[in-house]
Design a protein around this ligand. Structure first.
Ligand code: ADP
Ligand code: ASP
Ligand code: MG
Length: 406
């Protein structure tokens, strides 16, 4: 085995075509040449997963989640085989495996399964034989041998979980940007690369829409203290390290701006204003596995009120079905769905010790004539729901006003 064990994850954009697969292969080979043991995790080529979801919906608008996992896992199976072939071509030994083959055991929550344990024997055996090991990201298997997937962006989780289990020296996430930026560089070209960021801030950013890392992968990295290096698959420079603590971090009030266009807002009008009604509505949603995000209840007039909440766009249909039934039972009025919303957030550990951050955020939006539909806060973030068409303007204005472009 090599001196150092490195887990390297290549995202879909880093293996989107033949040239990029070859580029990934030569980066991996270059690292192997220096003497490291390497475990590679790969995502499906380009936007394969999106295409497969579209295809499924053409066949059945309400596909079974088990069959969905069977379908989506094929994307990553293609990538691992092609990447192994590209590495062979360079004269190195490599072997590809599916999640099931390397014993990534999950629960049976199809499309969002949780990893229960990983049996690393097969990987260790191949590493001992001096092979580069290539594992399909995003997938696992239940104890009953059913294929599962780990939620969108789940290859990040595969990489972090393997790095933890194998006690890897490094976990590198190769992607199409140079690291974690102060905001999505595709929205704001003035965004700056961050050198070091804490798990807490990265987790908040990921949960609020920065899809560069899957939120659950950061939860696992934080829990087991797995340092992560996010970097470009096309350039040599070092990227962003995600770690436990960063010196002087409280001095920076806001460290990033995020955008999430993946939510819908549901409003239940004329809800009777008496104890137990909110519990009834949200219990029904929870029972059906719908997670609710922001919730706002208006001031009541004539003993009734409106309740609005947001859900993930992909769960909106399910939520609506549940809510319609619940509304009938409690005697509520009309139900409105707004898909034209976006969540703009500012994130920063320093917020805890600096007053006036929310006021400044609202002021910036007001100055740009952007109306705020809903507000929510956490210890280290503030989010506003705005109309989708103003989302990018809001991101750029906040990024500028909080001095992140400097
Ligand atoms: P991969 O295919 O490598 O998994 P993703 O598309 O999942 O890549 O994530 C990378 C993308 O995340 C970038 O291209 C960028 O547009 C987006 N992104 C959003 N927010 C940020 C941010 N704060 N820093 C860097 N990238 C971000
Ligand atoms: N291919 C999967 C997705 O698009 C997993 C990943 O890319 O991490 O969500
Ligand atoms: Mg990704």
């Amino acid at each position: 085995m090599g001196k150092k064990l490195i887990v390297q994850k290549f995202g879909g954009s880093s293996v989107a075509n033949v040239l990029r697969i070859q580029n990934a292969a030569s980066r991996i080979a270059g690292c192997k040449k220096k003497g490291a043991s390497i475990v590679v995790v790969v995502s499906a080529l380009g936007n394969t997963t999106d295409k497969l979801i579209e295809l499924a919906n053409k066949i059945n608008t309400n596909p079974s989640e088990r069959e969905m996992d069977m379908l989506l896992s094929t994307g990553e199976q293609i990538s691992v085989a092609l990447l192994a072939m590209a590495i062979h071509k360079l004269g190195y030994e490599a072997i590809s495996f599916t999640g099931a083959q390397v014993g990534i055991i999950t629960d049976s929550a199809h499309t969002r399964a949780r990893i229960i344990r990983i049996n690393t024997d097969k990987i260790k055996e191949a590493l001992k034989a001096n092979k580069i090991v290539i594992v399909a990201g995003f997938q696992g298997v239940t104890l009953d041998q059913d294929i599962t997937t780990l939620g969108r962006g789940g290859s990040d989780l595969t990489a972090v979980a393997l790095a933890k289990e194998l006690k890897a020296d490094e976990c590198e996430i190769y992607t199409d940007v140079k690291g974690i930026y102060t905001t999505d560089p595709k929205i704001e070209p003035k965004a700056k690369k961050i050198g070091l960021i804490t798990y807490d801030e990265m987790l908040e950013m990921a949960s609020l829409g920065a899809q560069v890392m899957q939120a659950r992968s950061i939860e696992v990295a934080k829990k087991f203290d797995v340092p992560i290096h996010v970097r470009s698959s096309f350039e040599k420079d070092s990227g962003t390290w995600i770690i436990k603590e960063v010196k002087n971090m409280e001095e920076v009030v806001v460290s990033a701006v995020t955008l999430n266009k993946g939510e819908s807002k549901i409003t239940v009008s004329n809800v009777p204003d008496r104890p137990g009604i909110a519990a009834k509505i949200f219990n029904e949603l929870a029972a059906k596995g719908v997670s609710v995000d922001m919730i706002v209840q208006n001031v009541s007039h004539l003993r009734s009120t409106d309740i609005s909440f947001t859900v993930n766009k992909t769960e909106a249909k399910k939520a609506l079905k549940v809510i319609k039934k619940a509304a009938r039972n409690i005697g509520a009025g009309e139900i409105l769905v707004d898909t034209d919303i976006a969540r703009v957030s500012i994130v920063g550990v320093g917020m805890k010790s600096h007053p006036g951050v929310a006021a400044k955020m609202f002021g910036v939006l007001a100055k740009n004539k952007i109306n705020i539909g809903m507000i929510s806060t956490s210890n280290i973030s503030i989010s506003c729901i705005v109309q989708k068409k103003f989302a990018e303007v809001a991101v750029r204005a906040l990024h500028d006003s909080f001095g992140l472009a400097k």
